[in-house]
Ligand binder design. Structure first.
Ligand code: SF4
Ligand code: MG
Length: 314
């Protein structure tokens, strides 16, 4: 059963006389118990989708399409209904754990602050958070609570944020770039952390990342985004081991273990998207048809791919 369903979602931001097309006609669903990954370079529109699910986009964002959580239409929820699901049923682990924590408050105090309700309810919330901290390798959580955020490593801050997010027992956890800015050791720790959240807690997750190792390790299915649209969607292992779309192939070649062959060129301007395939200016297989016709999403062996020539490129 699908817990989260996104249908034909488009998001635009006005910018002076122009409009920035952040997300174009994106559709996918996240099933219960599944970890669904959205991968792509910075600025491909991944984080904007996460924010849209929680209705946290800036007020001038123009959103069209549909977002369903448990069958309820998120985009038409009243603020009071939204408050009931935000954090509690859908929890967001923000991109920057350092920025998410108040630097002048001790970790324990700010952890306590996020739990609403009377003293007993707050105490109960803290108890759950401390238990999670122990389970997620934050040894000696009481001592950690007596420290300030800057006294924790990047990896520890991330675990603390994960514990806070999970202590609400959300039905779905949205994690935005959880390994960004972490050193290699902390990155390995993050893979372990998300594997545990998935296996031991059976949590449904939407994992937004540019980290393909993390995606391969943790995700069940993956959508690859380029210039605001999905260009490939399938099982994680299929997408990352036998990619169909030239952009996905380029992303994989750019990984350190594959010799760090960078993708040449830059993503197109989102104010003036090119005619034809959005990737054609960077694609080594591009031909005249690619610069004229915008490729439709095609079904292929249970997955989806948006490239006119993917069959001949396999
Ligand atoms: Fe490359 Fe053409 Fe496929 Fe776009 S449609 S990815 S330009 S081959
Ligand atoms: Mg982002």
């Amino acid at each position: 059963m699908s817990l989260l369903e996104i249908r034909d979602l488009s998001i635009e931001f006005p910018a002076r006389e122009n409009t920035v097309k952040a997300v174009s006609h994106v559709s996918f669903e996240v099933k219960e118990g599944e970890t669904f990954g959205i991968i792509g370079e910075s600025g491909s529109g991944k984080s904007v989708i996460g924010l849209a699910v929680l209705r946290l986009l800036q007020a001038n964002a123009k959103v069209s399409g549909e977002i369903y959580f448990h069958g309820q239409d998120v985009l038409s929820l009243k603020p009071s209904e939204l408050r009931k699901i935000r954090g509690k049923q859908i929890s967001l682990m923000p991109q920057n754990p350092a920025g998410a924590l108040n630097p002048v408050l001790k970790n324990g105090i700010q952890m306590g602050e996020v739990f609403e309700g009377n003293r007993a309810e707050k105490k109960e919330g803290m108890k759950k958070a401390l238990k999670l901290m122990k389970q997620l390798f934050l040894r000696d959580p009481e001592r950690l609570c007596s420290l300030y955020p800057h006294q924790l490593s990047g990896g520890m801050r991330q675990r603390l944020i994960a514990c806070i997010s999970l202590s609400f027992e959300p039905e779905i956890l949205i994690a935005d770039e959880p390994t960004k800015g972490l050193d290699p050791e902390a990155k390995a720790g993050a893979v372990d952390l998300f594997t545990r959240i998935k296996k031991e807690y059976g949590k449904t997750m939407l994992l937004i990342t540019h980290d393909l190792d993390l995606a391969l390790e943790v995700c069940d299915r993956i959508a690859v985004m380029y210039a605001g649209e999905i260009v490939e969607l399938d099982g994680a292992s299929k997408v990352l081991n036998t990619p169909l779309h030239p952009y996905t192939k380029g992303l994989i070649r750019a990984q350190p273990r594959n010799g760090l062959v960078p993708l040449s060129g830059q993503s197109p301007s989102r104010i003036r998207l090119p005619a034809g395939c959005f990737f054609h200016e960077r694609c080594r297989y591009s031909n005249i048809e690619c610069s004229r016709k915008h490729p439709e999403m095609k079904n292929h062996r249970g997955g989806l791919v948006r490239c006119c020539h993917f069959r001949s490129l396999q």
